[in-house]
Structures are given as structure tokens and as C-alpha cells.
Design a protein around this ligand. Sequence first.
Ligand SMILES: NC(=O)C1=CN([C@@H]2O[C@H](COP(=O)(O)OP(=O)(O)OC[C@H]3O[C@@H](n4cnc5c(N)ncnc54)[C@H](OP(=O)(O)O)[C@@H]3O)[C@@H](O)[C@H]2O)[C@@H](O)CC1
Ligand SMILES: Nc1ncnc2c1ncn2[C@@H]1O[C@H](COP(=O)(O)OP(=O)(O)O)[C@@H](O)[C@H]1O
Ligand SMILES: [K+]
Length: 520
Amino acid sequence: MIEAHTGAQVRAAETPFLERGDGPALMRRAAHGLALACSRRLRERRGKVAGARVVVLAGTGNNGGDGLWAGAELARRGAAVLAVATGDRLHPEGEAALRAAGGRVLSLGGPEGAGAAGRVLAADLVVDAVLGTGARGGLRGAAAALVQEVLDGLPDGAGPEVVACDVPSGVGADTGAVHGPVLPAGTTVSFGSAKAGLLLPPGEALCGRAVTVPLGLEPALPAPALRRLEPEDVAALWPRPGAGSHKYSRGVVGVVAGSATYPGAALMCTRAAVDAGAGMVRHLGDPETRRLVCLTSPEVVASEDHPTEVHVQAWVVGPGAVGDPAQESRIDAVLTGAVPAVVDAGALGAAARAAADGALGPGKVLTPHAGELAQVLAWLAALGVLEEAPEREGVEAEPARWAAAAAAATGAVVVLKGATTVVAAPGGLLLTQADGSPWLATAGSGDTLAGVMGAVLAACAEHPDAFAAAGSWARGENRFAVAAALAVAVHGQASRLGGLGPVPPTVLAQRVRDVLRARA
Ligand SMILES: NC(=O)C1=CN([C@@H]2O[C@H](COP(=O)(O)OP(=O)(O)OC[C@H]3O[C@@H](n4cnc5c(N)ncnc54)[C@H](OP(=O)(O)O)[C@@H]3O)[C@@H](O)[C@H]2O)[C@@H](O)CC1
Ligand SMILES: Nc1ncnc2c1ncn2[C@@H]1O[C@H](COP(=O)(O)OP(=O)(O)O)[C@@H](O)[C@H]1O
Ligand SMILES: [K+]
């Protein structure tokens, strides 16, 4: 599991070390880790460090100090290191160390400043050490202009290797928000803990591969601000049947999906729930959709019942269920009931209304994409539950903020789908997953995800400690968020199985099965 913290959390953990006078030692440790990562990149690129052209973009604070000390280490190993001072001052000890090691310093505001972009573009490696956790907003003034000039001059698919110090300058260390121009990093080396912004969209796309350098303060860190499940977590946590299991104890998934207009959504959703290993899958819907469901997935028990007439451990409601009053009535019953449910697509509006009335039942997991979340937020604002609601672009700029706002306002887990999917629980728990291939962006892959999620939700519905192996944070109500993140992870991993290429959702469901078999 990757655990990420905010800048403030890491600073608080550092405080006792700084009070003991260990600040310089911490910085040297951080800089050494940064220099090692740079050396690795240089060896991959050109075989050796000696003779490499390295530019350190150094800001005025400690982030710049890290970069300068790392530059000194690279200079001692034979690299030609130039520091570009982006502000009116440099970390004094870092600057002295760099100069003592033979490195040179150029001031962006000085006479040589105009040539800085050319030096950056001609470098083998650039260390981005302008802004770290102390930044307020993005790059300003000459530093912003320099980065913009470099971005404009970067040849397609080429250019220097960029290693970001702690966080790419201009990416919010806590939020992942992108403020102004940012030099996209191939590697981001963060200190003490990965910063939450590295695992949040849209900034995550600018961070490259993430490396964390331990500083020795890890035991002093509080609970992380954000978590991400890795393949080994999926292997450890995915619910498995035991010798004494039967279909009901494993979890029955009820699916309220499809309509005469959109029967396909029901087929993909039920198929995915079967392939994800549900103990049993039930489908409720119109006669023609039911007939098609039974033809595609004979494992499914289809009926025209109302949700109050059948016993399931978890529901999936919404995919393709539009324009059908019988489906809408079923959805309302599920939303106000006590059984956990994945609430997707056509059911999101009803969920917002139920939440505004205080009638949304417990254990609900809403799965909007950014456009749908903007709509849900607008409904919540219109119903007086939220003060403000952004447009879709606003949601995309700060996805974690808005997913968390929707979770707090509805009391439901909110799964904001995208290249990086954000899972926010009403109690504040935050997870993000970025396992999927861009080929997932195809109609129907959300229906498949809903089915997979229904299977995990059904398995954990009656077991508050289902994911306790992950830690006490995963217990109780938080298990619904963990179930959601597990489903997102497996769905994403399935899209990459066997290489990158088109993954029609019907094939995706089969691959979910293959991922689970491989992780068994
Ligand atoms: N404590 C330690 O020993 C350790 C700390 N560590 C490292 O410290 C980093 C945090 O350092 P930090 O707190 O000095 O802040 P930092 O990110 O360098 O930026 C603040 C500077 O930038 C300026 N500035 C702010 N906003 C700006 C803007 N938009 N545009 C332009 N300038 C702006 C601001 O100046 P001001 O505007 O106030 O004049 C200030 O001088 C952290 O990320 C990690 O790398 C590690 O070495 C581990 C040990
Ligand atoms: N660029 C992308 N990279 C990776 N995954 C993506 C990307 N775009 C979308 N996805 C994933 O594809 C799925 C699309 O779901 P959704 O938008 O509900 O589609 P639909 O309703 O058509 O089935 C989600 O799981 C989402 O996370
Ligand atoms: K930086």
C-alpha cells in the first residue's frame, strides 16, 4: 500500500528533529536520496554520471536547498552542474556546497538569465527544486516564464530527464492541483513520505514515477491523508470463499440495471458481477432485458420482483435504468433501504434527492464520472445541501475536494471515476487508484466496474472487519470505501492484462476473472 501525507503532516513530524538541531542532517539525507535517483537516471540515459550536463532549478527555500546539495553530490561525481537561481536568494549552505564542489550558479534575474532556457533544454538532466511543500500557489514571474519557455522549446518525446524534488514545482503538494506552467517530471523524489498531491489528479500526470526517500521520521507520521492499494494489497484483501462457504454466505448481488432502451448495461453489469466471483447474482428488470440477461449469463437469476421482495447482501442500481418507471421505483426502494448499494449512472439523481431528504440509507457507494459528479453537486446545491457547485472543469481541477464534499454532503462513499479514480468516504478516508489503461475510456466499462464493485460490496456487507488485515482504518463503515477501491484496482488491472489495446467491456469482465485467478 502506498501511504501519502500532506506537507503539513510531514512538517509536523519533522518538528522534533528540527528542534534538536537535526534540520541540516535531514536535508543532507533528502539530498543524498535525490542525488542517487538522479545518478540512476543519468546512468540509464548515458551510461555514467561523469561529464553529464545537469541544471538545478533552485528556488529560495529548503526545496532549493535540497536541489543544491544534490547538485553538489553530482558535481563531485564529475557532472557539470549549473544552478539557476529562480529567486533573489539561495539556501546559503546549499549554494556554498555546490560552489565548493565545482558547480556554478546563474541568476535568472541577472545578465545571463536570458540564456537559462537554452541551458535547460541542452541539459541531460534537470532537477526541479523551485517549490516544495512551502509553496503558495504556482511558479511566478521569471520562474514561470522560464518553465513556459522550456515547455515551448521541448522537442516531442525528447528533452532532458526531469527529476522533481519532493513535488513538481506548481503542483499542489496536498491537492494535486496544477497552478500555472509545470515542468513534467520523469521521476519525483519525495522525502519522508509521498506527498498526497503526487497521487491525485490532475497533478499526478506530471509526476512521473514516484520515489520516496526515508528520512527516519516515519514513526512520527500520523495516519496518511491518502492511500493507494497495490497489486499485493488486492491479493491480500480480495474476499475469497472458505471451505465452509456457500453461495449466500459469499454474498448475493442484486442488480437493478437496464431498460427497454438500454438493455446492454444490464448485460455487462451482471456479467461482471458473475466474473468477479459473486456468490449469486440476481437481476430485476423488464421482461426483454431479463431474457437477454439469462441468455448472456445463465448464472443470473432474473425476475420482475421489487427489491423489498428479495434478499441480497448488496445492490447495484442505475446502469441503463432510465425512462422505466418500474426501475425507478426499484431504485428508490434500494436507496432508502439499509442494504449497501453501488449507485451508478441513472440512479445518481435519485440518490442526491434522497440524501437531501435525509433518506439515503447506509452503505451507499456513488460512482459518478466528473460530468456526473458536477451534476450531483448541482442538484445538492439546488436542494440546499451544498453552498456551491462547480462546473465539470472545476471538478476536474480539484477532484479530491469535490469527491470529499459530495461524500460529506450525502453520507455516501463517492467514487469519482477517471484515469485516476478518487474514492472519498464520508468520514474523510481518501484512496486513489490509477491502475487502468486509457483504453478503458469506452462506453460500458463503467457498467462493468459497477458489477465488479457489487460483488465485493456483497462479500463485505455483513462483515465489518472484512478488510481489517489492511489496518484498523479499513474497518466498519470505511470497508465500503475499501471495497470500492479494490474493485477499481482490479477493473484497472484487467484492462492492462496481456498488454495495452482495446478492451471491450464484455472482454474486460473475463479479464477481471483472470486477474483474480492470478492474485489467488
Ligand atoms: N525542514 C527540513 O529541514 C527539510 C525540508 N525539506 C525540503 O524542504 C521543502 C520545504 O521547504 P520550505 O518550507 O522552505 O519551502 P519551499 O517549498 O522551498 O518554498 C518556499 C520558498 O519559496 C518561496 N515561494 C513560495 N511560494 C512561491 C511561489 N508561488 N513562487 C515563487 N516563490 C515562492 C518562498 O519565498 P517567499 O515567497 O516567502 O519569499 C520560500 O522561500 C520540502 O518540500 C523539502 O524539499 C527536506 O529537505 C527535508 C528536510
Ligand atoms: N483515460 C482513462 N484512463 C484510465 N481509465 C479511464 C480513463 N477514462 C475513463 N476510465 C475508466 O473507465 C471507466 C468509464 O466509466 P464511465 O464513465 O461510467 O463509462 P460508461 O458509463 O460509458 O460505462 C471508469 O472506470 C473510469 O475510471
Ligand atoms: K520541486
